[in-house]
Every structure is written in C-alpha cells, then in structure tokens.
Design a protein around this ligand. Structure first.
Ligand code: ADP
Ligand code: MG
Length: 591
C-alpha cells in the first residue's frame, strides 16, 4: 500500500499543513487539563493567593474568581483553536484523499487502456472494474484515516504519558499495568479479526462477479428459465458476505465494552490511589483531575490506534490488487525509435506469419504469406474458427506475431509507432461496438473534427443514411449503451461509416456484412468500390457472393492457407473453396 503513496507527491504541501494542524490540535488537547488543574488548585483552593498569568495578552496578576475567569478564557481560546485545527485538518485530508483516489483511478484507467488484448484476456473485465472503483475507495478511506487518526492517536498517547509524568510521577505505575494489558487485548482481537477483514474483500469480489453475470447475462438467464438458480447463487454469495461481516462485528462488539471497562477501572484506580496521596498532602486535587484526563487521553489514543491496525490490512489487500494492475507490463509497446513508413499507400504484406494465443496448444494461424495491394480487394473466406479474425487482428497490432512478420508499407508493424500504424487503418471489428452518444458522435469517432458533410457522406456510402433520416432526430438520435436501441444490421452500418469517415489507406472489414440482407450488402459493396478506389481493402466474409469479385481471395482452413486466387481460379484448383461455394450457390450462379 505504501507503494501507492508515491502518487501523493503532488500533495506534499497539503500533507505538511495537515501534520502541523494535527500537531497543534494535540498540543491544545494536552494543555487543557493542566489549566483545569490550575483553576482548581490556584483559583479555588488557594483563592486568596495572587497568581501570575501570562498568555497572549491575558498577562497580569490575579487571584480567586478573577484568576478563574482569566484562565477559563485562555482555556476557551485554546479549545476554539484546537477545534478550528481539527475542522481544517479533516477538510484538507478528505480533499487530499479524494484527489489521491482520483489520481489512482486515472492511472489505472490509463494503464488498462494501454494493455494489449493479452492482458485483457488474462485479467478479465469484471475484476478490472472492481479494482478501479471499490478497491480505490478502500484506499481512499484508509488514507483519510491515516491522515487523521494514525498521526493523532500516537501523538496523543505519547503526549498524555509525558504530561501525566509531569503532573505526578508516583501514580504512573497504573499505566505501566494498564497499557500492556490493553496491548494484549488489542493484539488478540486483531489476530482473530484480521483474517476475517481480509476475507471481506474477497467476498465482495465474489458478490460483484455473480451480480455482473446476472446483469449481463439476463437474456440468457430468462431464456433458459434460470432466474431461480441465479437468485439462489446471488443469495449464497450475499449470505456469505453477511456472515463474515457478522463474525467481524461480534468480535468488535466485545472490544468496546472491554475497553470501556478498562478505562473505568483505571479511573477508579487513579482516584483511589490519588486520594490517599492527597490525604497525605503529597498531591493536589487539580493534579488528580488532570491526571485522570491524561489517563483517558492515553487509553483513547491506544484504542484509536487499534482501529488503524484493523483498517490498514483490509486496504492492503486492495492495494495489492491495484498494484498488480499498475505493474503489469503491456506486451505491446512502441519501439524506442519508431520507423516512419516513407510510402503512404497502405501496402500490407504477411511474411510467413504464425500466431499462437498464449496458453493455446495449436497456433491459430500458421505460415501465412500474402500481400494486399492498394486499389485492390483482398477477401478472406473460411469456416468459423479458421483464424480469419486472428489474421486481421495482427495488422493493427492487437497481438504480436509469434513467427514471421507483418509489414505495412514495407515496415514491420513492430517497428512503427502504434499511433501512426493505426492512423492508416479503418477497422470494422467483427463484434460491433458503439458508444453511448448520438449517431453523429459515433461516426465522428473515426475522425476528430469530421464535418457534418463528411459524416453524412460516410453514412450514405455505408447505406446508413436511409434509416438515420427516418429517425425523428436523424443524426442527433441518441444511441443507448452498447447500441441496444438499434438493430444489428444498423449497428454494422454505423460501424462501417465510422471507418469510412477516417479515409484511411487500409480498410479491414471483419465479417462486417453478415447482418445485412443480400440487397443492402450488394448496394454497400457497389458504393464502397467508388469510395475506396485507392485504398487497400481486406474483407472477411462468410458469403461467397460478397467475395466473388475480389481481386484475390484467400481461403483459410484451420489456420492455414488452403488456396489463393480469383474466384475462377479457386473454383478450378481449390477443393475447400469449391465446397464452400457449392454449399451456398446454386449451379447457375456458379457459371
Ligand atoms: P474466425 O474469425 O475465423 O471465426 P478466430 O480467428 O476468431 O476465427 O479464431 C481462430 C482460433 O483462435 C479459434 O480456434 C479460437 O478458439 C481461437 N481464439 C480466438 N480468440 C482467442 C483468444 N482471445 N484467446 C485464445 N484463443 C482464441
Ligand atoms: Mg471471426
């Protein structure tokens, strides 16, 4: 956890102020009982003796009631000062802690966004969300606590001991008994409570997991009538969390009364033995009262310190989870000296490329060699799981190749900066992703500062303008989270428009026409042809009709190239292609 505190650097000044404020507050608290003792001993008991007072303009010699009023005034001033310090330090420490939380969340988000798909596969989305929210909140609240109690408590306890010694040394043996006793009780409690506290975080994680699955999978849960099962599963996780919390609270419930008992017994002991000393004329009444108050401060300080010991381990668990993300190195990083492609045409070349997903036994694709030229359409066809998506994911460097190399404009993609590489590519992923916002905003996502004309043009080419214009608000129509309020085919066309508005050198369409009817598919491809005359087109498709007139068709089978050529050539020499074709087209379409 303390590793995370490096992010507090920019708050150094605030922290110094907080420390000073707390220090002042502790000093004020420690000074008050002494003044109290003075009022009793000098103002009441020796009310006829003139006493000198010196404190910020209260200076002078007084006796009796005047002395009491003067000293009381000083006490009021000091406690007011202490209160102001307390308010200021709370305010400042909350601000600092909240700012600290914001910094960690930002760092986490930036880190997660820099991850390659490898790291996403490794960690999973659910835990990344919990770590960015819940875990950071844990750290944040413990930080507030450290700022206040962790400093305040030991200072108060130590100061109390010093002041008590100053007041009267002969009664301090009481503390010598009570403090170790307290320490033992706190240690014993922690020993039992600590594992339970750590478990809390794990149980919350589990609850979040079940909740997320229950929410995201709601359609499947309904369709398969699993609502009762899911309820049960949630209830189990929920009850588990509750039981753990009850156990923790049981222990804590014992702690408080025991502490109170010890405090009260201590007070009685101080009064008992103090009374004997007063009786013998060795101690004054005021001193005794001050001594009792210092005793309380000492015990209270220890009590608060025990709270810190409880909170810190719980936050520690969160800190470890956060650090795990922050310290994870992305496997895909820019080289130190990125090469700029001198040509800007969008020539894509695969040289003997193989790729294996981490942990997989078989390579997803192997020995892929081909080139896709500007002004041409290169189509990829093959059964599901044959490695089509994997292949195109290597072009924007979502993954790095295991063997061979992928070149864009003659430069290995690993040598280029990710920004300049991706600027060349208009990528339409297989799984359409839209963001919450208007249609115009979603298309504009492809190009910052795209004008409304450009947006409309892109929508027209992608055959989206018809349905957009039918909408009441047109381009200002708001898309719900994940594009839930438009159809799959409409989503695909918007996703294509988003790539088009970019006017990139390379287009990658990963099965982007699958949700379109044949007529729209044909119209879209005709419009695309004019739009993308100069660009390199890579089109993955399931339908032969979509790829038939491509300049080059690559047939993938089980991660390997089974054939490459035009439709006509492949019909003659590629068995796999013939099978695909005959399963889709009727005889006359073939000729
Ligand atoms: P296609 O797009 O042709 O349907 P993919 O390229 O998506 O096929 O998948 C090819 C193979 O790689 C499949 O066997 C699939 O199980 C595997 N695969 C795909 N994505 C991952 C991943 N993120 N991690 C591990 N294996 C994967
Ligand atoms: Mg795919």
């Amino acid at each position: 956890m303390f590793k995370l505190f490096r992010f507090l650097k920019q708050y150094t000044l605030q922290i110094i102020v907080i420390v000073l404020l707390i220090f002042t507050q502790v000093l004020a608290n420690l000074y008050l009982p002494t003044l109290m003792a003075d009022i009793i001993d000098k103002g009441i008991v020796q009310k006829d003796v003139t006493q000198t007072v010196s404190f910020l303009g209260f200076d002078g010699s007084y006796k009796g009631i005047d002395y009491i009023i003067r000293t009381g005034g000083i006490m009021l001033l000091i406690s007011a000062g202490g209160a102001i310090c307390s308010v200021l330090s709370s305010l400042l420490s909350s601000r600092t802690a909240v700012g600290f939380g914001r910094i960690i969340r930002n760092k986490l988000f930036a880190k997660v966004e820099s991850f390659s798909l490898h790291e996403f596969d490794k960690l999973g989305t659910a835990t990344l969300i919990t770590r960015t929210t819940n875990d950071v909140t844990q750290i944040q609240s413990v930080t507030i606590m450290i700022f206040s109690i962790a400093l305040f408590a030991p200072l108060t306890a130590l100061g109390g001991i010093v002041m008590a010694l100053k007041e009267d040394t002969s009664l301090t043996w009481i503390f010598a008994i009570v403090i170790p006793l307290l320490a033992i009780i706190i240690a014993a409690t922690l020993k039992y409570a600590m594992p339970l506290f750590k478990l809390m975080q794990v149980k919350i994680d589990k609850l979040n997991l079940v909740l997320r699955e229950g929410l995201t999978g709601i359609r499947v849960i309904r369709a398969f009538n699993r609502i009762e099962t899911e309820k049960h599963r949630f209830d189990n996780a929920n009850a588990d969390l509750m039981n753990n919390a009850i156990k923790v609270n049981k222990i804590m419930a014992f702690l408080m009364p025991i502490m109170m008992l010890i405090m009260n017994v201590t007070t009685i002991a101080i009064i008992w033995f103090g009374a004997e000393r007063i009786d013998a004329g060795n101690m004054q009444v005021g001193s005794l009262i001050a001594f009792i108050q210092y005793g309380m401060q000492i015990l209270f300080g220890f009590l608060m310190l025990s709270m810190v010991f409880i909170m810190v381990p719980r936050a520690q668990a969160s800190a470890i989870r956060i650090n795990e993300v922050l310290e994870m190195e992305s496997e895909i990083v820019d080289t130190e000296a990125p090469v700029l492609a001198d040509k800007e045409s969008g020539y894509v070349e695969f040289r003997n490329v193989s790729f294996k997903y981490p942990g997989a036994d078989q390579p997803a694709i192997s020995n892929i060699t081909f080139s896709a030229k500007p002004g041409e359409v290169t189509a990829i066809i093959g059964g599901t799981g044959s490695g089509k998506s994997t292949l195109v994911n290597l072009i924007p460097r979502f993954y790095d190749v295991t063997d061979g190399s992928v070149l864009v404009d003659g430069v290995d993609v690993r040598e280029m900066s990710q920004d300049s590489l991706r600027a060349k590519i208009g990528f339409v992923p297989q799984k359409t992703v839209l963001f919450s916002g208007t249609i115009a905003e979603n298309i504009k996502y492809g190009k910052d500062g795209a004008t409304i004309e450009e947006i409309q043009h892109a929508a027209t080419v992608s055959q989206a303008s018809d349905f957009i214009n039918e909408m009441e608000k047109g381009y200002e129509h708001v898309i719900a989270q994940g594009g839930a309020n438009i159809s799959g085919g409409q989503k695909q066309r918007l996703s294509i428009a988003r790539a088009l508005v970019r006017k990139p050198e390379i287009y990658v369409f990963d099965d982007s026409f699958s949700a379109l009817d044949f007529k729209t598919d044909a119209k879209l491809r005709a419009a695309l042809k004019d739009e993308t005359k100069e660009a390199t087109m890579l089109i993955i498709a399931q339908r032969v009709a979509t790829v038939m007139d491509a300049n080059r068709i690559i047939v993938l089978d089980d991660g390997e190239i089974a054939g490459m050529g035009t439709h006509k050539e492949l019909l003659n020499n590629c068995e796999v292609y013939r099978e695909i074709v005959s399963s889709q087209l009727s005889e006359e379409e073939l000729s």
